[in-house]
Design a protein around this ligand. Structure first.
Ligand code: URP
Ligand code: ZN
Ligand code: ZN
Length: 458
């Protein structure tokens, strides 16, 4: 089915102009000043984008959907997560595959793929989590990379669970360098976290407000420094996920100055929420427990600054959805047992626009680059991340005049709470297309589960 988007203001990472866009066979085939719908043949759907922006489909390069973690499972399915993503303007998700240490990586890949394939309404890919190392790993990981999963994920945190030790890190990075792929990394010193958690609990400090002191900025900065040292020695391209503080950004910059090919990601919660949220009354603070933790408010501004200057290249979410009532409560007696994560896949684009563009912290081009184009470039999503003839017809017609309020009562994520309850938003994704298929119309999901495809990566 053909699609004609008329009179929208097209914004890419570099361009800003008004034109019509014609899409057929999953791709953008024409962009012209004026395309006559009558000359497009029968059955063309026309979307009036006058007064609206047309952005490339947004890409969230760091989400968790199927996630066995901290004694429970993340709440979303690919049906619910992809619906939420699309309503929020995100057309491609890259999920972290997180096998347990004893799991076979190929089995894990098949399992994670089976959760998304046939169920996701948006396009998707994965970062292959490497959670141990033995002689069988190179062959198995190579076979997964050959299937288009051209990035690994390592955790330098979560001791005894997902975390890798230095020998495992070294061999994973060497293999990635050999394969020419990027390694994404959660950087926190797991031993420091472990010891500080023990000390705090022993002192009776068990509430969610102690999560941040158990892993302060120095713990994260050490993790980034560690990664940079290993990346420099192995020549591996690395991507630091969910960077939460200026100390960590500075370590990445030092690595880059020393010759490391490194990219820095920030996630939406670290831009708009600060640690006072986790210090809320009663056990409410558990809603805001994620790792690395929410920081001082001044850190949020410093992250915005790094985003504006281009030091931070991507804004993801680290969507990790756990219910408050049944799951966050597992940590009622000890913050170390609160499942880590803040559900946010639905609100990355509208909150980035509201707090970034509308507040004058970033311009429209930085917004598009950070939420779409840069992730496409770093992770080899060749046909995504821009509006151009030949690109996938992943498009977001965005209405800047929309005004709304976020609530768990109306969101599409499966969780029983929103970390942004009652927050106003300016602007929203009005019409959203994935490879030419209209998935959202007037802000309402109209797509179907299973439309999404595993994206080829180069
Ligand atoms: O708190 C977080 N970030 N939860 C998800 C797992 C991870 O570390 O990315
Ligand atoms: Zn992480
Ligand atoms: Zn994560």
């Amino acid at each position: 089915m053909a699609l004609l988007i008329k009179s929208g203001r097209i914004i890419t990472a570099t361009d800003d102009y008004t034109a019509d866009i014609y899409c057929a066979d999953h791709a953008i085939t024409r962009i012209e000043r004026h395309i006559d719908p009558a000359a497009c043949g029968p059955g063309v759907e026309v979307v009036d984008a006058a007064g609206k922006y047309v952005f490339p489909g947004f890409i969230d390069p760091h989400v968790h959907v199927y996630l066995p973690f901290m004694g429970t499972f993340a709440k979303d399915t690919w049906e619910s997560a992809s619906r939420a993503a699309l309503v929020g303007g995100t057309t491609t998700l890259i999920e972290m595959i997180c096998p347990g240490r004893g799991d076979d990586p190929v089995d894990a890949f098949e399992l994670w793929l089976s959760k998304a394939q046939g169920r996701s309404a948006c396009d998707f890919s994965f970062h292959m989590g490497v959670t141990r190392w033995d002689d069988s790993m190179p062959g198995k990981l190579r076979s997964i990379v050959e299937r288009g999963i051209r990035s690994f994920k390592v955790f330098l945190a979560y001791k005894g669970a997902l975390g890798v030790d230095d020998r495992e890190l070294y061999h994973t990075l060497k293999l990635a360098a050999d394969l020419g792929i990027v390694v994404t990394a959660h950087c926190e010193n797991e031993t420091l976290v472990d010891e500080r958690q023990r000390e705090l609990l022993a002192a009776g400090k068990t509430g969610p407000e102690w999560h941040e002191p158990s892993r302060p900025p120095a713990v994260e900065a050490e993790g980034v420094h560690h990664l940079m040292t290993f990346a420099r020695l192995t020549g591996t391209e690395v991507y630091v996920v969910h960077t939460s503080c200026s100390e960590a950004v500075e370590e990445a910059l030092r690595g880059i100055a020393a010759g490391v090919r490194a990219h820095v990601e920030v996630v939406l919660p670290h831009l708009v929420l600060d640690k006072s949220r986790a210090e809320g009354p009663g056990f409410e603070g558990a809603k805001f427990v994620m790792s690395p933790p929410l920081r001082e408010a001044s850190q949020c501004e410093s992250l915005w600054k790094s985003l504006r200057s281009g030091i931070i290249s991507t804004v993801a979410t680290d969507h990790a959805p756990f219910d408050f009532e049944t799951q966050k409560f597992l940590g009622r007696d000890a913050f170390t047992r609160i499942p880590n994560g803040i559900p946010s896949v639905e609100h990355r684009v509208d909150l980035l626009y509201t707090h970034g563009v509308c507040e004058g912290r970033i311009d429209l081009h930085t917004f598009v680059a950070a939420a779409s184009t840069n992730a496409a470039k770093i992770f080899g999503l060749r046909n995504k991340g821009t509006v151009a003839v030949g690109s996938d017809a992943d498009l977001v017609v965005f209405d800047p005049s929309y005004r709304g309020t976020i609530s768990a009562r109306s969101h599409h994520m499966a969780t029983d709470y929103s970390a942004f309850e009652g927050w106003p938003v300016k602007g929203r994704a009005d019409t959203v297309c994935v490879r030419g298929g209209v998935m959202v119309r007037g802000g309402t999901f109209v797509g179907k589960a299973g439309h999404g495809r595993l994206v080829p990566r180069g």
